[in-house]
Design a protein around this ligand. Structure first.
Ligand SMILES: [Fe+2]
Ligand SMILES: [Fe+2]
Length: 434
C-alpha cells in the first residue's frame, strides 16, 4: 500500500516570521517524518490583533522571503518541501483555524495532516472557536518554547481553574476537554519573539541575522514596515505652512504629488503617511530663486556640484531634504532620501524614492509630457518600468530643448534600462525552459 503523505500545517500571524518559526517547523518535519510544511499566514485573526497595520499579504510575502530567500537557512533541496498557503490571506471573512483545517483536510482526503502550534498558543487552544473540529481532523504537534521542554509550570489560558500547569498537564486537560492527539516537538528552544522584532527592527544596530534572514529584513526595510505612522495634525500643519510659502501653482502640484504618492504607496504596500509626507515636502524650498538656492547651500554646508552651479534650481532637492529635516523635524531617513533624489533619481532607488520620483511626474495636474497616460498606467503595474520611461522621456526632452542635464539623470537611466533588459532576458529564458 502506498504511504500516505504527511503534511504539517503551520498557521500563525507571522508578524514577522522569524528563524524560530523555521527551526520549529524543521524540527517537526524531521521528528514526525513530514513530507511537506505549509505555512498559513492568518488573514484577519479572530484571537490575535495584528499590530502596526502590516497587511496579510505583506506577512505572506515575508513568509516567502523567509522560506525561499537567497539568504535563508534552508538548502535548495529543503526549500522544495515548504509552501506558503494564502488560503486565509485571500479570505473575505474572518479566519478561524477550524474552517481552514476543515477545508484543507476535506480537499485532501488522501493525506494525513499535522497541526503545528507553539506552546503559548496551545495554552489558549480551548478558547479558540471550535477547537474540537481541529483536534478531530489533525494530529496536534506542540513546540515548547521553555527550556525544560514544557516541564516548567507556566500560566494557562483563561477559563481553567488552575492558573499554572506544565505542558504535559495542559495536554491532559485538552485531551479531556477538547479531544484529539497531541505530540511534543523536541527541539532546542529559541528565544525569539515577533513582538520583540517589531519593536526593535527599525532601530539602528538591529542584529537581523539573529532573528530573521536578510531577505525578510530587506522586505521590512523596503516596505517601511513596523514604523510609526505620522499623525494627521502634524501633516495638516505642514500643509498649511506650505500653502502660505509656495505659489498657488506649485502648491497645487504639491498636493497632486502628495495624493499620487499616497495612491502608489497603497498599491505597493508602503506606509501611506510616510509617502504623504514625502509628497508634501518634496518641493518645499521651490520658492527660493537660483541665487537663494546657492546661498542656502553655502550657509548650510550643502555640497554643490558643477552641474548644479550651472542650473541651481535642481538644488531644491537637496535644500528641500535639508529643510524637511531642520524646519519640519522629519527624522525618517527614507523620506529625506526620497526628497534628495526626486529630481534626478539615483541608481538602486528604494521603494519610496521610486514612488516619489514617479508621483512627481505623473500627478494629475501634469499635462505637458508625452505618453503621460502610458506612464500613469504603467506606474501602477510596474514601477521600475515607469521610472525608466520617465527617465528616457526626460533625457529626450532635455536634448531636444538643448537644456543642461545632470549626469545623475543619465546614470540613473542606464541603471534602470539595464535592470529592465536583464529582467526581460530572464523572463524569456524562463519561458523557453518551461
Ligand atoms: Fe521638484
Ligand atoms: Fe515636484
Amino acid at each position: 500500500m502506498e504511504r500516505r503523505q504527511r503534511i504539517g500545517l503551520f498557521g500563525g500571524t507571522f508578524n514577522p516570521p522569524h528563524l524560530g518559526h523555521l527551526k520549529m517547523s524543521k524540527a517537526a518535519k524531521d521528528q514526525f517524518s513530514l513530507d511537506e510544511i505549509w505555512f498559513i499566514p492568518s488573514g484577519t485573526p479572530p484571537h490575535k490583533k495584528v499590530d502596526n497595520e502590516v497587511s496579510a499579504s505583506d506577512r505572506a510575502e515575508m513568509c516567502r522571503a523567509l522560506l525561499y530567500g537567497e539568504n535563508g537557512i534552508l538548502s535548495e533541496e529543503e526549500k522544495e518541501f515548504y509552501f506558503v498557503d494564502d488560503i486565509e490571506v485571500r479570505s473575505i471573512t474572518p479566519n478561524y483555524s477550524y474552517k481552514t483545517v476543515s477545508m484543507i483536510t476535506s480537499e485532501n482526503p488522501d493525506k494525513d495532516f499535522f497541526f503545528i502550534i507553539g506552546e503559548d498558543s496551545l495554552r489558549y487552544f480551548h478558547k479558540w472557536v471550535k477547537p474540537e473540529v481541529i483536534a478531530e481532523n489533525v494530529t496536534i504537534l506542540v513546540a515548547s518554547r521553555n527550556e525544560s521542554n514544557g516541564e516548567k509550570k507556566v500560566l494557562t489560558g483563561d477559563f481553567i481553574d488552575r492558573e499554572e500547569m506544565t505542558l504535559p498537564e495542559m495536554i491532559d486537560y485538552l485531551k479531556e476537554n477538547v479531544g484529539g492527539t497531541y505530540e511534543v516537538i523536541k527541539f532546542d528552544p529559541v528565544d525569539i519573539s515577533s513582538s520583540e522584532i517589531r519593536s526593535t527592527v527599525t532601530e539602528p544596530g538591529f542584529e537581523a541575522e539573529k532573528f530573521i534572514n536578510d531577505d525578510v529584513y530587506q522586505y521590512i526595510k523596503e516596505h517601511g514596515l513596523y514604523r510609526e505612522a505620522y499623525d494627521n495634525e502634524y501633516i495638516e500643519n505642514i500643509r498649511k505652512d506650505l500653502k502660505d510659502k509656495l505659489k498657488s501653482k506649485r502648491y497645487l502640484h504639491t498636493l497632486g504629488v502628495m495624493h499620487t504618492a499616497s495612491s502608489l504607496a497603497m498599491r505597493y504596500s508602503y506606509p501611506v503617511s510616510h509617502a504623504v509626507l514625502a509628497g508634501l515636502l518634496h518641493d518645499c524650498t521651490k520658492y527660493l530663486n537660483d541665487d537663494e538656492q546657492l546661498k542656502y547651500c553655502k550657509k548650510n554646508n550643502i555640497e554643490i556640484t558643477d552641474s548644479e552651479k550651472k542650473a541651481p534650481q535642481i538644488l531644491h532637492a537637496k535644500t528641500g531634504a535639508f529643510e524637511a529635516e531642520k524646519e519640519y523635524k522629519v527624522k525618517d531617513k527614507d523620506i529625506l532620501h526620497a526628497i534628495n533624489v526626486h529630481t534626478t533619481g539615483a541608481p538602486g532607488m528604494n521603494l519610496l524614492d521610486k514612488i516619489l520620483f514617479t508621483a512627481d511626474y505623473i500627478e494629475a495636474g501634469r499635462c505637458e509630457a508625452p505618453r503621460l497616460n502610458d506612464i500613469r498606467n504603467t506606474a501602477f503595474n510596474d514601477l521600475d518600468l515607469a521610472v525608466t520611461m520617465i527617465l528616457s522621456d526626460t533625457i529626450n526632452y532635455l536634448k531636444e530643448k538643448d537644456k543642461s542635464m545632470d549626469p545623475r539623470t543619465f546614470e540613473t537611466y542606464e541603471y534602470y534600462k539595464n535592470l529592465i533588459e536583464q529582467r526581460e532576458f530572464a523572463r524569456r529564458i524562463l519561458e523557453l525552459v518551461n
